[in-house]
Design a protein around this ligand. Structure first.
Ligand SMILES: Cc1cc2nc3c(=O)[nH]c(=O)nc-3n(C[C@H](O)[C@H](O)[C@H](O)COP(=O)(O)OP(=O)(O)OC[C@H]3O[C@@H](n4cnc5c(N)ncnc54)[C@H](O)[C@@H]3O)c2cc1C
Length: 478
């Protein structure tokens, strides 16, 4: 006999869990079915290297979600279920090969002074950009958290704003055009394009809004859930359970049950099935979802959209357990930020966009994002130790098969992971401070979740949860 619920939610990423948490709170009897052994999807933490080191499997910084009414207005009261945010300061640090550096601090004046080190005009431009963005931010914010079809499109809202025409134009531009026209110094431009890199080719039209993401960081830092990124999804699971909901793991949904043209439930790989009296909600990737029901039941525009869907820019991630945090030489001493990044020049970001488009692996001056959460959150590692995550960017779709084989061998995350030492001149005593390492890298066969795009796990050390390879695409946690 299939189990009956009001709502069946397939997949337990944070988006599914938020949906289920609201529904459970509203009194609906919900079940969440997660295929993997741990709920959380891309918002999950685990001991990937050594015992006692909590690494973020995918996401670390929870920025956009801070403006979600769930957190902004504390609608789900997740603090009562263990969620607490830390707001690191400095926010982001970028060292350059000429020995200079630019640090973003939570204090606006201090950050403007960092830009002004390179160009007085750029210091002024940074402040001006923030002031201008604040005028339209409520429109963008409201749009982000309004379901499609429930509010006016951004363009219509901007049309009624006194500076709306200017912003309509900016949205249609590329992030590169806006950064190039606003800043005159290349260090400042590189920082604006890569703190962190936006994962969209910077020359693409309609990427203009990404020029302003640095300002979300300016206002709210890059927030980290205490204990690990997974603290958010764990709090959501507890909230669902506290309101009578059920969260089941190792439940791969394989089939949708369709009756009278409506989805009435799901079947799982282990033979179990779950019926929904009111609705079935899913964050199963559309590439898989489309095969879970007869094709003629889907509208043609949905099938066309699935056919033409391709993943965005991809990342290689290496997680290390270390005895030291990264330390960068700055005036008067050293700095150990949670977030630091390498982007040799603005040209390197343009090149990155081109390499992604053409499927070329490029390890020259590798753009990197280094994240050491334990600097701000010592609970993530044993006393005095650290978790270091190194994110490198290389294309998933390589241009030729032969190159693919060589590049797969030659460009693993480990090689990219060594790069900060070469390029950022961190202070070092010459010892190897990495005591355990875990990396995600490209593999030939696709995983079950299209979000994962064929990544597999590479364990060194005593990883706790196998099968955790993270998705290859990057999207804002919204
Ligand atoms: C390396 C990396 C770093 C990132 N860093 C950041 C960051 O710092 N900040 C940020 O905001 N975002 C970041 N992201 C993006 C963020 O992780 C994702 O946008 C987010 O996790 C997507 O959440 P979701 O709930 O939509 O989907 P997912 O988290 O992908 O959840 C989908 C869930 O459904 C499950 N599932 C799929 N198919 C089935 C099935 N058939 N049956 C049962 N279960 C199924 C999956 O196992 C998964 O748990 C990062 C992503 C990666 C890969």
């Amino acid at each position: 006999m299939p189990e009956r619920f009001d709502i069946v939610v397939a997949g337990a990423g944070h988006n599914s869990l938020i949906t289920a948490a609201y529904l459970a709170r509203a009194g609906y009897h919900c079940v969440v079915l997660e295929g993997r052994p741990i709920a959380g999807g891309g918002v999950k933490s685990a001991e990937l290297t050594l015992r006692g080191f909590q690494h973020d499997v995918c996401s670390s910084a929870h920025n956009v979600i801070q403006d979600n009414p769930m957190l902004r207005d504390d609608e789900l009261k997740l603090g009562e279920f263990g969620l607490e945010y830390i707001f690191p300061d400095p926010v982001f640090h970028m060292p350059f090969s000429d020995g200079s550096y630019l640090t973003q601090w939570r204090d606006l004046d201090r950050t403007c002074a960092e830009f002004a080190k390179f160009s007085k005009n750029d210091g002024l431009a940074y402040r001006r950009m923030i002031t201008e963005y604040e005028q339209v931010k409520p429109i963008f914010e409201a749009n982000t958290f309004t379901p499609v079809g429930f509010g006016k499109p951004v363009n219509e809202q901007l049309a009624q704003h006194p500076h709306g025409k200017l912003w309509q134009r900016r949205l249609a531009m590329s992030v590169w055009e806006i950064v190039r026209d606003t800043f005159e110094d290349d260090h400042c431009r590189a920082f604006m394009l890569a703190s962190p890199w936006t994962l969209q080719p910077p020359l693409d039209p309609f990427t203009g809004r990404l020029a302003y993401i640095t300002f979300h960081q300016q206002r709210q830092s890059r927030p980290l859930p205490k204990g690990g990124s997974g603290a958010l999804t764990q709090a959501l699971v507890r909230s669902i359970q506290a309101h009578g909901g059920v969260v089941l793991t190792s439940k791969w949904v394989t089939q949708l049950i369709v009756e009278s043209g409506k989805c009435a439930g799901v079947e799982c790989a282990d033979g179990s099935s779950y019926r929904a009296d009111k609705a079935v909600v899913s964050t199963i990737h559309i590439k898989q979802l489309v095969n879970m029901a007869p094709h003629d039941l889907w509208p043609q525009d949905f099938i066309d959209a699935v056919d033409t869907w391709t993943g965005g820019a991809t990342m290689f991630v290496t997680n290390c357990a270390t005895t030291e945090p990264p330390r960068y030489a700055v005036r008067g001493g050293t700095l150990s930020p949670v977030h630091s990044g390498l982007m040799a020049s603005p040209d390197r970001t343009l090149r990155l966009g081109f390499d992604f488009a053409s499927g070329a692996v490029n390890t020259e001056d590798p753009p990197l994002h280094v994240i050491c959460c334990s600097v701000a959150d010592p609970t993530r590692a044993p006393s005095g130790m650290h978790t270091v995550k190194i994110v490198g960017y290389q294309p998933y779709h390589l241009k030729r098969r032969a190159e693919r084989r060589t590049e797969r061998r030659d460009a693993p995350s480990a090689r990219l992971g060594a790069a900060p030492h070469a390029h950022s001149r961190p202070v070092s005593d010459g010892r190897d401070h990495a005591s355990g390492r875990f990396g995600h890298r490209r593999a030939g066969k696709k995983r079950r979740n299209g979000h994962a795009q064929g990544f597999r796990d590479q364990h060194r050390g005593s990883g706790e949860e196998k099968g955790l390879a993270g998705p290859a695409r990057m999207e804002a946690t919204s």
